[in-house]
Ligand binder design. Structure first.
Ligand SMILES: [Fe+2]
Ligand SMILES: [Fe+2]
Length: 157
């Protein structure tokens, strides 16, 4: 499994959940809470394998893109705090939908930058074989991802 293909698959999974949330009715509190639970789990796992494996490897293999990695970590920082807040927020709270909307906007922007601006450069610099090794490592590492978004390294500082 190629590392970039794996990450894009994750992005698609999350985008599907976003669409489900956007389609859920205003009063569908239970459904919305369940969807948000899945979003938290998917994004925490995804951010974990990016931060632990992909970002450092890409920084080494494509040093020209270091600034992009640093910005990405700051974007993760905002997202993981929002995820943590959402796990504690009642879906009936007037801030719930607003917080999810802003989360979705942030993640869509982040994903677009990764996929459009950054991944192609990483692919070119690292090559297929290295990306396949990384992909295997990342697929395995999913099993050890934390459940708490604030356990991610981007949560601190
Ligand atoms: Fe990311
Ligand atoms: Fe990503």
């Amino acid at each position: 499994m190629d590392a970039i293909v794996l990450l894009k698959d994750d992005h698609k999974t999350v985008e599907k959940l976003f669409k489900e949330f956007e389609k859920a009715g205003e009063q569908a509190y239970k459904t919305k809470q369940e969807i948000v639970g899945k979003i938290v789990e998917e994004l925490t796992t995804h951010a974990y394998i990016e931060e632990q494996i992909f970002y450092p490897a890409a920084r080494e293999g494509a040093p020209d893109t270091s600034d992009h990695v640093l910005e990405s970590v700051e974007e993760h920082h905002v997202v993981v705090w929002m995820l943590s807040e959402l796990t504690k927020l009642d879906p009936k709270d007037e801030r719930f939908d607003a917080k999810v909307s802003v989360l979705i906007e942030n993640v869509r922007h982040h994903v677009e930058e990764e996929e459009e601006e950054w991944f192609p450069k990483v692919r070119e610099a690292m090559g297929r074989k290295r990306l396949q090794e990384l992909g295997e490592q990342m697929a395995k590492a999913k099993a050890e991802a934390p459940r708490d978004p604030l356990a991610l390294s981007s949560a601190s500082a």
